[in-house]
Design a protein around this ligand. Structure first.
Ligand SMILES: [Zn+2]
Length: 376
């Protein structure tokens, strides 16, 4: 792909193109905004344009040729460890796990990067590795370091990165990517040129899905489920696991709607199912666990948002339209839906740092609160 294929957040593309054409590019950037709206993709596409050997002049402005050897080395579809551009480095929790595995591996041992478990944080070693690469001369026009999920930088790593940002090497850009920018060290934030991304309109995602061959009905359903996250919609085309996730959510929602005391523990067990296998595997597993729980809670919030819409008589706003009969059963009063939504939000907060509540207990509490809401 090239910049012309980037969907949504046109203001961000225009801004980067203006900077590129002017030739005065700040050396540190913070791409922030909701997850899966294309922040990392655009960072890589921009790095591609900056190093492209024969950039094109199109109606929309400059664009990479997507053909030259430099362009060939970069693809936003590839994971961080499979990017092969000598001057562009994507650092994320998987890359850190990869570096760690390389360090540990004996020469003869092969590493299977697809089996790596992402780390919970970006530690000091990641920044040391970057700083080490910066000491080498480069013949490329720009060296670009993309730090994905920059809010995961540890205190120590932040301090080291700050030092690098304060003595910027020549022709080197740092692009920090984050959906939770307030968790980034404030001094680092203040050193960066901010670029904010927004959710992509459902209509734009719908048209993209149509262009990829989906029928009106399929495209409309998926575009609504994507809730502005264009990356989610594109992934859903490639990988069908979202359907299993929805089945899981459907079962949980059904239980919540008809919850009784007997179901409380069972509900929590199903909600946290699959987590046991992560146990005692340390830090990496905690990250995967938390992501899985967050996704479950987000899905449940969307379900209860639909129930609230129905309770208020706004059926048009329902996203999970294939679940209508079950959702209608729960749409007894807006107050109940609001109460459950509030409790879902609280559960979300409890399972995250600094609280790190036991997931089983957190979900049991959620079930009890949901049930009490129904009785009121
Ligand atoms: Zn090129």
């Amino acid at each position: 792909m090239a910049l012309k294929d980037f969907v949504g957040n046109e203001h961000a593309v225009r801004f980067l193109l203006r900077m590129t054409e002017k030739g005065t590019i700040p050396h540190a950037w913070l791409f922030s905004g909701p997850s899966q709206v294309g922040k990392r993709t655009l960072a890589i596409e921009w790095a591609k344009l900056l190093n492209c050997q024969s950039p094109l002049k199109t109606d929309g402005g400059l664009d990479s040729c997507d053909q030259c050897p430099s362009c060939h080395h970069l693809s936003p579809d590839r994971p961080s460890y499979a990017q092969t551009h000598p001057a562009v480095q994507v650092v994320d929790t998987t890359m850190v796990a990869y570096w760690e595995a390389v360090e540990k591996a004996k020469e003869a041992e092969a590493i299977d990067p697809t089996k790596l478990k992402p780390k919970l944080s970006l530690g000091i070693n990641a920044i040391r590795t970057i700083r080490e690469t910066l000491t080498h001369q480069t013949l490329w026009r720009y060296r670009v370091i993309v730090v994905d999920e920059a809010e995961r930088l540890t205190e120590e790593a932040s301090a080291a990165l700050l030092k690098t940002l304060e003595e910027p090497p020549d022709r080197t850009l740092f692009i920090l990517v984050s959906s939770n920018p307030w968790a980034i060290h404030p001094t680092i934030r203040s050193r960066c040129q901010p670029l904010r991304f927004r959710l992509v309109p459902t209509r734009v995602i719908f048209l993209l899905l149509k262009a990829k061959g989906l029928t009106d009905e399929e495209a409309s359903f998926l575009a609504k489920l994507a809730r502005g996250r264009v990356g989610w919609a594109v992934n859903a085309l490639r990988d069908q696991t979202w359907q299993q996730v929805r089945e899981h959510l459907n079962a949980l929602l059904k239980m919540m709607v008809t919850m009784s005391w007997w179901d409380v523990s069972r509900f929590a067990e199903i909600a946290t199912k699959g987590l046991e296998e992560f146990e005692s595997e340390g830090e990496a597993s905690m990250a995967s666990q938390r992501r899985q729980l967050e996704e479950t809670l987000e899905g449940l919030m969307l379900g209860w948002r639909d129930i609230l819409a129905l309770a208020l008589g706004a059926e048009d706003l329902v996203v999970n339209s294939d679940w209508l009969p079950m959702l209608k059963q729960a749409a007894k009063s807006p107050n109940w839906a609001l109460k459950v939504l509030w409790e879902l939000r609280q559960t979300y907060r409890r399972i995250r740092p600094p609280f790190n509540a036991n997931p089983q207990l957190a979900f049991e509490l959620l079930a009890i609160q949901a049930m009490q809401g129904a009785l009121q």
